[in-house]
Write a protein that binds this ligand. Structure first.
Ligand SMILES: [Zn+2]
Length: 344
């Protein structure tokens, strides 16, 4: 999804957003940027927004591209002849790739106005391709802008780093991820759960579309309800979904994390840290469960869950470990259940 304005981008990356917008407005853009930071922090979107801003001829007073002109629409589709986006599937960015890029840049199809190249995974430059790039940086190209995108700035040539302006992209705030997902129509429960799990906004968007992720969140809630009404053992509950949850290590880890977060919610409710709750749609259930378990037992359980999480990657009998954990969890809610079981 293309970014529409600098204002919108600033929600995700406040300091980078303000800095770039200011540089455009004061006409002090650098010709070489390095966008450094983890994957899923809007680095590529920001590069395209900058390209669009440079090419758009109908910017508003706040340096926002119009979004509808012939330049903007072609940037959004990545078909603008003055924009080159290099995404690399190989281990290395080869010399030939950079040479090809420069040949393309010299072609007559180029329109007047600035030329921008965006190179993703710039840490994959090898010595030869980096040197060619360096040479182009030394040429006084009037209206050429380059944006290198990387997760590991230290693997770039020092001479490239020293000629570029480095902008650090930070992990995106979970509230922003949650609100984005909700705006896209995902349930508050799912949006909240996923935004607690990852600060990678692209990964979060993929996760909410995965039926196993949706099922995992649902299973945690169903198990919590079972703990409260005591109709069915949660061990049996889990057995019905076990093969799906345990069949994929990433899902197993997510499910265990959700279980841990739900238990933390119960603890936070107990100590009245209500603004820390993750499963805010389930506050009533969390409140009832918090009366049925001791703080000490919750802390013991959280320790066990943390232990299991760190052992997941080893070759342990995961099914057995989960059965034991859930049985222990269930026993923890045994006292005080008689008083709360009648309330549903
Ligand atoms: Zn435009």
């Amino acid at each position: 999804m293309a970014l529409l304005s600098w204002n919108q981008f600033t929600f995700y990356q406040p300091s980078v957003g303000r800095m770039l917008q200011n540089s455009i407005q004061t006409n002090r853009l650098s010709h070489s940027y390095i966008f450094e930071g983890p994957i899923g922090t809007k680095r590529i979107d920001a590069a395209f927004l900058l390209a669009k801003t440079l090419l758009c001829t109908q910017k508003d007073d706040h340096a926002n591209p119009c979004g509808v002109c012939h330049h903007c629409t072609r940037v959004d589709k990545n078909v603008h002849p003055n924009l080159f986006f290099v995404q690399n599937d190989n281990k290395e960015i080869r010399k030939e790739q950079i040479k090809e890029l420069l040949v393309e840049f010299g072609k007559a199809s180029i329109e007047t106005g600035p030329r921008i190249y965006i190179i993703d995974q710039a840490e994959r430059f090898n010595q030869y391709s980096a040197n060619i790039l360096l040479k182009t940086m030394e040429e006084p190209g009037v209206d050429i802008f380059q944006i290198l995108i990387t997760t590991q700035i230290n693997s770039l040539l020092k001479t490239i780093i020293s000629r570029s302006q480095i902008l650090h992209f930070r992990p995106i705030d979970k509230c922003q991820i949650k609100s984005d997902l909700e705006k896209e129509g995902f349930s508050p429960l799912l949006s909240s759960a996923v935004s607690e799990y990852t600060t990678n906004i692209d990964m979060a968007r993929e996760m909410v579309e995965n039926p196993l992720i949706v099922d995992s969140v649902q299973l945690v809630i169903e198990m919590a309800r079972s703990l409260q009404i005591k109709e069915k053992s949660i061990v049996l509950h889990f057995k019905e979904k076990r093969s799906a949850i345990l069949g994929d290590m990433a899902i197993t880890d997510f499910f265990l994390t959700m279980l841990t977060l739900f238990l933390k919610d119960i603890l936070n409710y107990k100590v009245r840290y209500l603004d820390l709750l993750v499963f805010t749609t389930e506050t009533e259930l969390i409140g009832k469960l918090s009366e049925a378990i001791s703080q000490k037992r919750i802390e013991e359980l959280l320790d066990k869950m943390l232990g299991l999480k760190s052992r997941l990657k080893y070759n342990i009998n995961v099914a057995l470990a989960f059965d034991k954990l859930l049985a222990y969890l269930e026993r923890g809610f045994d006292h005080g259940i008689s008083s709360s079981s009648s309330s549903i």
